[in-house]
Design a protein around this ligand. Structure first.
Ligand code: G6P
Ligand code: MN
Length: 453
């Protein structure tokens, strides 16, 4: 098997590589190729990977390249996690809306739309390259905003493009733990779009476990979503939302918390990650140790602005799986998909895939995030059926915003881009949408050029 990682010099690649070390025989991996647009990023991550292989006493050779065709040629699986515009872009995405009192966040709100506008054209290039040079490959896409990106590339790759996110699986694991149960013994009724989903039921045989859990504040207090949203609001909803819905339900509170914090998430990461990548050549052991401590600080502060707005303290490491051990959330999802397809395991995984009729109020090509049965023919979404009216309304609105954004990204139409921003529920007016878009163009020359008409 040839496996290609696009964004191969990325900071979370060692997590994926660790998981691959554990699965290499089961998957029959023969070649791992790291592609990145910057050789120096590959050079920085390579010794970290070597350190991991030495530590575990397993050999899994890899090579780096900056040539995309070489990287994907004949691949069986392409894992993609890229950040177009890098962290400098994320800082702009997040800070411009904040200047207008609007949420500034990586994937939610105007920041996510701006991120999509510059990312989708690059992802279409990858999709076209794959269609030509690796027509049988599966694309496992982490690239954010994952829902929009996956829907866009599906226009070229169809169901071979699968979007993944660690957030739903994390929620399900945390809920199982709070219930004192193994998650594979339970059925989770999860539905929505990427970073916009809800857990509306947890079933054990014909027993519904969620209503009981929602009544117990002490148990809700043991995990991130319970603490963030609070028992009172969860009981009102009758569901547990994905952590990203905090930015919708508590938008103004988050804006205030971010404004009070010394720096935005993007700015913190830019500083932290630049320091990591600026280091010169290091032996594997040193590189691995530095990567670990940098990662520890990154995960410890994940979603800190939401926690601070909610008035809940830093995580103790058990309530959230953006955890510090090296075999969990992020890479776990990618590996589970890979294994399910490669070995036809027919596992049930929450993935971003075309709706078919899982959510009956959306059309069949809308990419949704729902449980899927996954085997060698890819993911098949399960039927979710009708959902709470409030959730349905938000999903419908956001799907329209997503599609307007995709159209804008593919056409370079300013009108469409501004329309997408203005229709976003977190943007309070058309005038503010226009200002935000103009400011984005002012600060991102590439965007101004793509939308010059
Ligand atoms: C979660 C989300 C990802 C997101 C990441 C941000 O893992 O599922 O989609 O990119 O958090 O984490 P960061 O450390 O970059 O703020
Ligand atoms: Mn995600």
């Amino acid at each position: 098997m040839k496996l290609t990682i696009v964004g191969g010099g990325g900071f979370r690649v060692p997590l994926v590589y660790t998981a691959l070390l554990g699965m290499k025989d089961r998957l029959g991996i023969e070649e791992v190729v790291l592609h990145d647009v910057e050789q120096h990023r590959i050079d920085r991550i390579a010794p970290v990977l070597s350190g991991l292989a030495i530590e575990r006493g397993i050999q899994l050779p890899f090579r780096g390249t900056t040539d995309l065709v070489d990287a994907v040629q004949g691949a069986d699986f392409v894992l993609c996690a890229i950040r177009v515009g890098q962290l400098e872009g994320r800082v702009v995405d997040e800070s411009v809306p904040l200047g207008h009192g609007v949420l500034g966040q990586e994937t939610t709100g105007p920041g996510g739309l701006c991120f999509a506008l510059r990312t989708i054209p690059v992802m279409m290039e990858l999709a076209n390259t794959m269609a030509e040079h690796a027509p049988d490959a599966w694309l496992i896409n982490f690239t954010n905003p994952a829902g929009m990106v996956t829907e866009a590339v599906q226009r070229v790759l169809g169901d071979r493009a699968i979007g993944i996110c660690d957030s739903p699986a994390g929620l399900m694991r945390r809920v199982a733990r709070a219930l004192g149960r193994e998650s594979d013994q339970l059925w989770f009724d999860y539905f929505g779009l990427n970073h916009l989903g809800w857990l509306q039921g947890v079933r054990d045989g014909d027993r519904q476990l969620l209503p009981g859990l929602l009544e117990q504040d002490a148990k809700l207090d043991t995990f991130e979503e319970g603490r963030l949203f609070g028992g009172e609001w969860l009981r009102s909803l009758g569901m547990i939302p994905n952590e990203y819905l905090y930015y919708f339900y508590y938008a103004a509170d988050t804006v205030n918390a971010i404004r009070e914090s010394p720096e935005s998430r993007g700015a913190f990461l830019l500083r932290q990650q630049s320091a990591f990548y600026a280091e010169g050549e290091q032996p594997p052991e040193t590189a691995l140790q530095q990567w670990r401590s940098t990662r520890h600080d990154r995960e410890r502060t994940y979603m800190a602005e939401a926690r601070s707005a909610a008035g809940v303290g830093a995580d103790d490491g058990h309530g959230h799986d953006h955890e510090i051990d090296e075999n969990g959330g992020y890479e776990g999802e990618a590996m589970a998909v890979l294994e399910a397809i490669a070995n036809n395991t027919r596992a049930v995984l929450v993935l971003n895939t075309a709706n078919r009729s899982a959510l009956p109020f959306l059309d069949d090509r809308a990419v949704v995030e729902v449980p899927c049965l996954v085997g060698r023919s890819g993911p098949v979404p399960v039927a979710v059926g009708e959902v709470a009216p409030h959730a349905r309304a938000l999903v419908e609105t956001m799907k329209d915003v997503e599609r307007t954004t995709i159209d804008a990204a593919l056409s370079g139409s300013r009108r469409q881009a501004i329309k997408a921003l203005a229709l976003h529920p977190l943007v309070p007016s058309v005038a503010i949408a226009r200002q935000i878009f103009e400011e984005y163009c002012g600060r991102l020359p590439g965007l101004a050029e793509a939308f010059s008409e």
